[in-house]
Design a binder for this molecule. Structure first.
Ligand code: ARG
Length: 576
């Protein structure tokens, strides 16, 4: 991927010109040198050297000699196969001052993203945080790059499990234990039914019968199902609101009910349907098992709905990319669905991507909502309970550190920080890794945590407050005054922001941004710490011009942290 960093792009053009002939700027890799003393950027000559059959150091020497200092480039030196380049800090700072850190390279493109997508009639368990927040971050990463994003909550509100729930309610719903009928009661009914089914296989048929009645549109089944759905959605909404997560489409699986016959007909017309043990299936290239399209009762399946929903999304939003943020346990499912779409002749099947992620483990166990890890006795760890606990842990710390803060602000800040801790702990590891949840790590206010980033952002706000919250200084700042290495390290890091967002979006890896923000916070903290020993290096020095330039850099840092945290689903409080 070509760099979207403005300096890197200009450097690539300049180096291409220096090389002469038919070298394209896009083919040059502009990187950060391993150590900042070497320069701000480095360009390796390997690929060009190979194409031109010349030794890389000779080409590096040629480029270094040809590159003249100019508005952007301050100096260029050859170091073996690399050309190391220093840029004029003022150029970079003037660019940063525009505060448009992320270029709109996605303008005109459409992303459909399916995330969170829990099953109804059970609580949002802790593990739902991963799909929800990885999906949220991926949606925001693309939005930041100018994509039009359609966020889709494909709730599991259709299928045989809903037959089980209807059968369970029919059998025991009148019992006092299930009143009021809330999401806990619904889940209890389901768990009881599933247990009972083990002993009595007839119950299986009863559940299938109920799902058939539901699919056939029978009034009683429909009304009950709708009630279960409403109860569930209300419960989910409360958690999404806490997280500030919003969707553009929440139709869920049931939405595709009337859209499935068309896909089944298309499969039929292409001669792709086969029978297997009474069920209707599609055999796919290089797959051991077929894709199930209809059960032997003629009812539809999860996969049938995913075929219909993919087609609906393409037709409705004409996406350029369609993501499914779903745990890696469903990899085979998505691979098969995409293969089936390709067999149907849809070229856009290649634009569909499963974005898998690893498990969340609590005390070594996998968390689940239905029956928990060790069987029906285990209580699942609920997402809302984890947030409540995190907020409780953080609140006294915030209150202690901010004695002047009123209780309402302490509460609001604790909410952001508590949630921020938990959210960050889930987006900072590589997506495919399993996560062992650790309270201490997640709620720590220092170390590689969300609160550490929030604290850094609050520190920036604090410095500006101490300066009397002056109007923005970025336009008028005299950037030439920022000559210290620690200041430049911060600015140099900020130049990478757009590249980081672009890479994280392309690879569907929010952790790239999470780690970048930690690095940025580290640079900022080193800069701020300098002032402890050397008062002339403080931001708030007496010299008005220097103070103004430093305040301007603080302002850009705060802006970047706020934007980066926002993408990851964290708020940046003013104080903490
Ligand atoms: N409801 C499913 C589950 O909880 C996830 C749905 C993911 N999206 C999809 N289009 N299949 O496992």
């Amino acid at each position: 991927m070509a760099s979207v960093n403005p300096c890197a792009a200009e450097i690539a053009s300049a180096v291409a010109r220096a090389l002469g002939g038919d070298v394209r700027a896009d083919d040059l890799k502009v990187e950060a040198p391993p150590r900042p003393e070497l320069g701000d950027f480095a360009v390796g000559m390997f690929a060009v050297a190979k194409a031109q059959k010349q030794p890389p150091p000779a080409l590096a020497a040629k480029v270094a000699a040809a590159l003249q200092p100019g508005e952007l480039i301050a100096s260029a030196t050859a170091a073996g196969p690399f050309v190391n380049i220093r840029i004029r800090h003022e150029w970079a700072l003037r660019w940063l001052a525009k505060k448009a850190l992320v270029p709109a390279i996605g303008a005109g493109k459409v992303l459909c993203i399916d995330y969170s997508s829990p099953n109804i009639s059970k609580h949002l368990a802790y593990h739902h945080i991963r799909s929800t927040m990885l999906g949220h971050a991926l949606a925001e990463l693309h939005r930041a790059l100018g994509w039009k994003v359609i966020g889709i909550n494909h709730v599991g509100d259709w299928g045989t499990t809903h037959g089980m729930l209807l059968a369970a309610y029919h059998a025991w719903g009148h019992e006092e234990a299930y009143s009021p009928l809330d999401i806990t009661a619904l889940n209890a009914l389901y768990v009881r039914y599933r247990e009972a089914m083990k002993a009595d296989p007839d119950l299986n048929d009863a559940a299938r019968g109920w799902f058939k009645r539901l699919e056939d549109g029978e009034a009683e089944a429909r009304a009950l199902w709708q009630r279960f759905r409403d109860i569930s959605m209300q419960e989910f909404k409360a958690v999404y609101e806490l997280l500030d997560v919003h969707f553009d489409h929440e139709g869920g699986e049931s939405f595709y009910e009337d859209k499935m016959p068309e896909v089944v007909q298309m499969l039929e017309a292409k001669g792709l349907l086969a029978e297997s043990e009474g069920a209707t299936v599609v055999w796919l290239p290089d797959e051991k098992n077929p894709l199930l399209v209809k059960t032997r009762d003629g009812t539809t399946l999860y996969a049938t709905r995913d075929l219909a929903s993919a087609l609906y999304r393409k037709r409705t939003w004409s996406f350029d990319r369609s993501l499914y943020v779903v745990d890696r346990g469903q990899s085979v499912h998505f691979r098969q669905v995409f293969k089936c779409l390709a067999l149907l002749g849809f070229e856009w099947a290649t634009q569909c991507e499963h974005v898998p992620f690893g498990l969340v483990r609590f005390g070594g166990k996998k968390t689940s909502t239905r029956g928990g890890a060790g069987g029906p006795g285990d209580k699942p760890m609920l997402l809302k309970e984890v947030f409540a606990e995190a907020i409780d842990q953080v609140a006294p710390i915030i209150a202690e550190k901010n004695p002047e803060m009123d209780p309402a602000t302490v509460g609001a800040t604790a909410k952001w920080v508590g949630i921020g801790a938990v959210v960050f702990a889930n987006v900072v590891p590589q997506r495919d890794r399993d996560i062992d949840f650790d309270w201490e790590r997640a709620t720590s206010l220092s170390g590689d945590s969300g609160p550490y980033l929030q604290f850094t952002a609050a520190r920036c706000a604090g410095i500006r407050r101490k300066a009397g919250n002056p109007p923005s200084q970025v336009e008028s700042a005299d950037w030439s005054l920022l000559t210290h290495d620690a200041e430049w390290a911060v600015a140099r890091r900020l130049l990478d922001f757009g590249d980081v967002v672009a890479r994280a979006a392309a690879a569907c890896e929010p952790h790239i941004l999470a780690h970048y923000l930690l690095d940025l916070a580290g640079d900022v903290s080193r800069w701020f710490t300098l002032g402890n020993d050397e008062p002339q290096l403080r931001v708030l020095v007496d010299d008005p011009a220097l103070r103004s330039a430093r305040l301007a850099l603080v302002e850009i840092v705060r802006h970047a942290l706020e934007q980066g945290l926002g993408i990851l689903g964290l708020r940046a409080p003013e104080r903490m």
